[in-house]
Design a protein around this ligand. Structure first.
Ligand code: ARG
Length: 573
């Protein structure tokens, strides 16, 4: 039996076969089969519009020809609609059988063409506490890691820490003034950074020492390096704590900070120079990737080596591409970084192509994202105008969630605390993931913790309710699925479309497509739950068994979907 995951492909093949009988050749993908949003239709075919144009025939006529020649036992009805769509209604018994055939992959196929991804995410700067700006990269990156792996790809995560460069002169000098890292740890990273900066601006002697430190660091002075390592380790401990709190997969092994690429910079530049694609501008060695200009129309340089001989952020990213492609054999490079760095990445990718590091068959994608806004519509800040520390924000989320849980839960205090963590952290993550990532969004506790609407709490409660039903059902075995009531069929169809949602999320690096689908699934479940009694006395045994199976499958989809978003799904709330 054909499973649900191949359904779109299968319908595409049916359409292609139908067209072939009329002498027109297209592939299954070109049939443009999509789940339909329309009432009464399950899937639609959008191919006739463009085909009509190509063949010089009215699209509705092409669509009708497809319908007339269609030979598809899994389709109960097909009809032409609007300017030339074809609406398909699946055969209900076929759909029920396909749902019965699902295993724990829930119909999501492992890709036939696995690729090797290097995924750059989180990537905070050392000696600063993680703030809201680092949050989105961490949350979106984690979801992409899980989605890509689930789809069968190999993913190597790497954390491109900002751990190198001129600020380290003043930081190390400040650390020395404090008596070295030694026993004590820096409790307040931000305070430490600000104190160093203040001294640097106010005290010329300190500023001079700091500059000498940079030179010592870059020339590999062992004592300086030891202090630098302490600073990085201190920061990595802080990052590790945040990752632990958030359930982020990144570990110390995944740290490939800017310093990691330092040994490769000179040889990268030499290589690029040898290709004859560099030029010297104002004493700096540059590449000018075509198509980038400043406001006056002058070409923009990607600076490889500064006039003073120093290296910077741009060349480090060029060496990063070279390293992952050459040394680690990755086919795809993903960078989950805010949209303001868009031009930087486009220039790096373009230079990497000129240098031959990126070839056909490779892809490099900047996974950009928008800003988190406060109620005033500006970048979210604390009341006093400072950056919001991520740890404080997450703790506040758990506190808000604890209030909500306390009002609704009958669990004991420890269990409630666990649930509050899942709800609070889930709310922050889901708010971050559920919109188009390139858009800004406004951060509001009320909305993200609403138990109605497209929130993680809503999904978590739906899932916990199902678990409670399954517990009450005791040992009634969930039985073959029948889709008799409209609400049963609507839910069944949503469950069958989970693989399409995952595929769309992977293809567009767009976790919000999973969110949207889970929301629709939970909504369909609510409709089903209200209309189709499961455990009532009056429900016949086979109907109860079928409804239990539908409920169990819904919970499996919600749990798996939330896991792909990095969100916990408690079984009791
Ligand atoms: N540390 C940088 C920042 O905070 C982000 C690094 C992103 N990754 C990269 N390969 N450039 O802005």
């Amino acid at each position: 039996m054909v499973g649900v995951s191949e359904l779109q492909q299968l319908l595409g093949r049916r359409v292609a076969d139908a067209l072939a009988t009329t002498g027109v050749d297209i592939t299954a993908d070109e049939a443009l089969i999509r789940p339909s949003g329309r009432a009464g239709a399950d899937y639609q075919c959008n191919a006739a519009m463009s085909l009509g144009k190509k063949l010089g025939r009215p699209p509705r006529e092409v669509a009708q020809a497809i319908v007339d020649a269609l030979d598809a036992p899994e389709v109960a009805a097909s009809e032409v609609a609007g300017p030339g769509f074809i609406n398909f209604t699946l055969d209900t018994a076929w759909l029920a059988g396909a749902l019965d055939g699902l295993d724990e992959r829930l119909g999501v196929p492992a890709t036939a063409e696995p690729r090797r991804f290097a995924l750059d995410y989180s990537s905070p700067n050392v000696a600063k506490e993680m703030h809201v700006g680092n949050m989105r990269s961490t949350i979106i990156g984690e979801s992409l890691l899980r989605l890509l792996r689930y789809a069968g790809h190999e993913v190597i995560p790497h954390n491109h820490l900002g751990d190198w460069g001129t600020p380290f002169g003043m930081l190390i000098e400040h650390l020395t003034d404090l008596g070295g890292a030694g026993e004590h740890s820096i409790g307040d990273l931000d305070g430490f950074y600000q104190a160093a900066r203040k001294k640097f601006d106010a005290d010329p002697d300190f500023a001079d020492r700091s500059r000498l430190r940079v030179v010592a660091l870059q020339s590999g002075d062992e004592a300086t390096l030891a202090l630098w390592r302490d600073l990085v380790a201190e920061s990595a401990r802080h990052f590790g704590k945040v990752y632990g709190l958030l359930g982020t997969s990144l570990t110390d092994e995944d740290i490939y900070g800017e310093s990691f690429y330092n040994p490769y910079l000179a040889e990268t530049i030499a290589e690029v120079e040898a290709l004859g694609i560099t030029s010297v501008s104002d004493g700096a060695v540059c590449v000018f990737p075509p198509g980038f200009a400043n406001r006056d129309g002058d070409p923009l340089p990607l600076i490889l080596r500064k006039r003073d001989g120093g290296y910077g952020y741009p060349v480090t990213d060029l060496a990063t591409v070279r390293y992952w492609v050459r040394e680690r054999g990755v086919t795809d490079l993903l960078y989950v970084v805010g949209l303001p760095q868009s031009q930087h990445f486009q220039m790096v990718f373009s230079a990497a192509a000129m240098a031959g590091y990126l070839e056909t068959g490779h892809s490099a994608v900047h996974i950009g994202f928008g800003t988190v806004l406060g109620a005033d519509g500006k970048t979210i800040r604390t009341r006093s105008g400072g950056t919001i520390k991520l740890v404080a924000l997450l703790e506040e989320a758990v506190q808000h969630a604890a209030k909500l849980v306390a009002e609704r839960s009958r669990l004991d205090a420890d269990a409630q605390a666990e649930v509050a963590r899942a709800v609070g952290l889930g709310a922050v993550k889901y708010a971050d993931l559920s919109g188009d990532r390139e858009k800004d969004y406004t951060f509001t506790w009320e909305r993200m913790l609403s138990t109605e609407g497209n929130t993680s709490v809503y999904l978590q409660y739906a899932n916990a309710r199902i678990h409670s039903i399954l517990r009450k059902a005791g040992d009634t075995a969930p039985g073959p699925i029948r889709l008799q009531e409209p609400a049963e069929r609507a839910l069944g169809l949503k469950l069958a479309q989970f693989p399409s949602a995952v595929a769309a999320a992977v293809e567009g690096y767009a976790p919000h497509k999973v969110c949207q689908h889970l929301f629709e699934t939970a909504t369909a479940f609510t409709g089903f739950y209200e209309n189709c009694p499961i455990l009532a006395e009056s429900t016949p045994a086979e109907v109860r068994a079928s409804r239990l199976a539908l409920a169990a499958l819904t919970s499996a989809v919600l749990t798996r979907g939330l896991e792909l978003l990095g969100i916990d799904a408690p079984t009791r709330m």
